[in-house]
Structures are given as structure tokens and as C-alpha cells.
Design a protein around this ligand. Sequence first.
Ligand code: FMN
Length: 379
Amino acid sequence: MNIATISDLRASAKRRLPSFVFDYLDGGAGTEAGMVRNTSAFDEIRFKPRMLVNIEKRDLSTTLFGHRWSLPFGTAPIGFCNLMCPGGEEAIARAAVEAGIPCTLSTAGTTSLEDYARFAPQNAWFQLYVSRFDEITNDIVDRTDRAGYEALVVTVDIPLAARRPRDLRNNFSVALKVSPKFVWELVSHPSWSFATVSAGIPKFETMERYMKQTGTKQVAGFVSSQVSGSFDWDALKRLRDRWKRRFIVKGLLAAEDAVHARDLGCDAVIISNHGGRQLDSLPAPIEVIAEIRAAVGPKFPLILDSGIRSGEHIAKALAAGADFCLVGRAMMYAISALGTRGAKLAIEILGDELSRTLAQIGYIDIASLKAAAPIFKAR
Ligand SMILES: Cc1cc2nc3c(=O)[nH]c(=O)nc-3n(C[C@H](O)[C@H](O)[C@H](O)COP(=O)(O)O)c2cc1C
């Protein structure tokens, strides 16, 4: 069967990955109603289409941080990325360069931040989880600086590790320990198992050196053991002052917090609920973006993620007040389903859907779509 949509990629990823890996990627917090709502809230929005507009020449490019990106979206940071597909992070970075979009490496990624910067010198952003140990945080920030990253994305919506029922049921943190169920999963998903065993079990390459330093042995528990629950606005300000280039805060949902971040000197905010992975009853970012836009004013860059599964969703996010979007699982389903070639396909699907959406509703570029905001909520 040909792949036509991101949801085809998800279905294919589900077949290809062992269930504990698919659940790690696909799952969310609590009942997962919040995660589902991230996408269904997009689907409740309708366009007001304008006809008889010459849409033959369309331009999807947009400027963010003085850089002209070919498309108004980039890829979100994903921890343990290469577990879904060996070489996945590199493939995403290279596809992002080819497509002219930004890509973000997670602190919990499986490529070292230095290697990732080499794969995507102009396009790479680095996402930071602030460690409980200042010396580790500072060292990572200094490495990110030396590697030449244009932007530091500081994730602030993990004050503590979340309860993700699917991972708890699968005992995901010790998933790499051999059990009869684990062996069965490997045997029944031979293509994933062969690729993963051949490439070697992925490691947290950026963090490896600190694991030794802190005496932590267990790979899967390491990042959550590092999370700092005491990270606050003062600490964010210190980090802002330490980092000289673009500074982005990821994981805000309240207008007051976005205003605070702007006033503190942050360059942009990512309105996100972490793809519904932290708490069930948070608003979907698309539900709050208009209110946040009104609070921060027209100029301050707002990026939106969580729930985006199509180009229509991206058009709605932009019309509702976002300047730019990030896609998380959409990209991961693609590389899980098709291997490294999936990264390019996911960008193509989303870009083509977005272009056709603009044409269908009578807009030829992102600026005119944003200015007209041709959307309304279905009753
Ligand atoms: C498997 C997985 C791992 C993630 N790891 C990180 C991470 O390490 N750092 C981070 O800031 N966000 C992480 N996120 C959240 C994403 O960056 C992004 O906010 C989210 O995936 C957006 O929602 P979507 O998946 O519906 O597009 C992760 C999400 C998933 C699905």
C-alpha cells in the first residue's frame, strides 16, 4: 500500500516496532485523552475559504530569527530517537537541511551534540533538559556553544518525570533486560530487531560522559533522574544570560508565562504540552495560542507543537497565532515505518498538504494567511 498520510505512517510504524518501543513513542500521560485532544482540537477548527484567487505561485517560506526557512515548521526534540530507527537522528538532520527547515536534538538524544551539529550546521537547534547538577548543565551549554548551535531550546515542562501508563505497564525503563516477553517482541519484529542489533543498542551519546560522573548505570532511568524540580524563573534568567545566541523556552501554556519569558529576554516560546506526555488535563496548544498571541503582542515569535499530523493542522496553527510549528511524532512515525528514508517523506507530505491547503482556501503565502486568520471554531 502506498503511504499517503502521517496516519498511514503511524499504522506502519505500529506493525514494524516492538510494542514496548511503539508505546514509548505513541503513548501519553494518564488516560491519553489530553494527547488525543491535541489533534482533535485541530479538527474542530474550520477554514473560511476564499475562491477566485490566483494561487498558482505559492511560497511557503517564512522568516524566524532572521533566517528564511523554506517551510514554516521544523522537527521537535525526541529522546531515545534512534531506538525507533538506527541512524534516525542523522537522517532527520540531513532531511531538514535538504528541505531548508530547522531540526532539534534532544539532551536525551542518541547522537552526540557535536556530531549532530556537523550533520546540520545551519539548521540544528539543541534542546536542553536542565540537570539537578549545575556543573552538568553548564558543561552542556558550553559544549552547545562550542559546537556552534544557533539556538538553545530549554524545556521547562518536566518539573518531574511523568507517569506514562503504557511505559509503566511495559516496564519500559528496564525494557532492555531480557524477559520472555521481550524476546518474543524481538522475534516477532525481525526487521527492527535486526537493524537495532546490527547498529548496537542506542546510547545517550551527549550525556554518556556524565553518567559515569554521577555513577548512574541504568540507561533508561538516567535522564529522568537528572531532571531538576527546583528550576525556576531566576535559574532560567541565569541560563538566558549565559547563552549568547537565540534562546527558546519550550513547554509553556499560560499567557502570563509567555509574557514573563518575553520580558526576561527570551527570543521565542514554544507553546507545547509535550505532546500530551506529561499530564492529561492540560489545554491543547491550539486551544490557547490565540490568547497567548494577544498577550505577547504581534512581534514576539511563538512556535507551536503537540498534535500536528497534517499540513492542514500547520495552516490552522499559523492562522491562530503561531509563527512556526514543530512536529514530533509525525516525523518519528515516518522513520519508524520506513527507516531513514522516512524523514524526507514526512516533510514532503506535510509540505505538500500545507501548500494545497493554502491554495484551496485562497492564500499564496504564510504572511497573508496569518494576516487574514481565515479560521473559525466549529459549533
Ligand atoms: C517519544 C518522544 C520523546 C520526546 N522526547 C523529548 C525530549 O527529549 N525533549 C523535549 O523537549 N521534548 C520531547 N518530546 C516532546 C516533543 O519535543 C514535542 O513537544 C511533542 O512530540 C509534540 O507533540 P506531537 O508528538 O504530537 O507532535 C518527546 C516526544 C515524544 C513523542
